[in-house]
Design a protein around this ligand. Sequence first.
Ligand SMILES: [Zn+2]
Length: 410
Amino acid sequence: MVHCSLERMKDKIATFSRFGDTGHGGITRFSLSSEVLAARAEFKKRMAAIGATVVTDDMANMYATLPGTEPLKAIVSGSHLDSVRQGGNYDGVLGVMSAMEALETIATEKIPHRHPLTAMVWTNEEGARFEPAMMSSGVICGKFTKEKMLASVAKDQPGYTFGEALAASGYVGDEANRLSPDKQCALIELHIEQGPVLEAEGYDIGVVDGVCGMINYEFTFIGQADHAGTTPMKYRKDALYAAVKAIQYLHDELDKLDPALVYTTGKISAHPNIHTIIPDEVKFTIDARHYDPAVIEQVLAVIRKMPDEIVGCKVSYAEAWARKSVAYDPLLVDTVEESAVACNYSHMRIHSGPGHDAQYVADILPTSMIFVPSVEGHSHCELEYTPAEACAKGVDVLIQTLLSLDRKLG
Ligand SMILES: [Zn+2]
């Protein structure tokens, strides 16, 4: 059994955690920022040091490739280096470091492989500065048009576009280098779970078989703005009170559905939001996720049963956006599972709640993911943590998966 180097992994975690270090346990490393460019340079330097050829495509995605012994398509692994504001040291970057570590292990131990092996960095997964999230995988996999993405404006710098930041990065390469079924045959993304399940259930490895579908609906409640001191309760049309009743209705009804369903009201606004005025317009969102489309249908049925008037206020709703469940490639999922068994690490099958670049890639290439536990489930915050030993177990499974696919795939 091939094992990665725990010491080399620890060194990478410590090194990459310095790029965008907030000084209190996490990083702020926006896409194409000077902090992310420093992390890219480190990736390039370390990959060149093992003899990998590093190229970029027209969306500045990076590909570091070790040649194989046969003229076959490459097997790819990777993730992203950008983070949210005050994010952690593992989301995304662990997948990049794991792909690097897999190639470093295979190169230094001179393990023969027939396929070229590629470690990859995706540009702008988080969408924290330039929306949307999963931008460049979306462009490459035909979800977004490139022109629209280049015009995306920085949230913190009016008028500054993603296209300008991309051109200034020095990492724009040839469109011919894009990930495609012509040149690559499989992709595995290792990622932290970003939830508490693996740790709570006591598993080392999550064998990710797909991504949950989700819907996001926005509800609007229209009441009447009146004076808080003069309007008796029975004459009021309080849009916030109507919204509260609606949220209670949704919780009561959605809790009757499958226990694996998760749903959230994460955004709410009240107008005019002044303490002396009864709110006349309130909006809130509900985000619901489940792997089974039939359960999402049940959620929609609950939404449709919402009364169109609550405490005298008009109720309306509209879909803000939705995404279908994605099933990962059965051969790859099984290979990850067999690899966890071969490494003697405990494992469970799991769906991904969050979105990842791999889910777009699943449209063009056989794809799967490996999850490692997140301590207390924290993610997208500075508390995000996975011990190096737990990361190394994930890398061992990744190496085993790459070598196994090298044997299985033509
Ligand atoms: Zn991520």
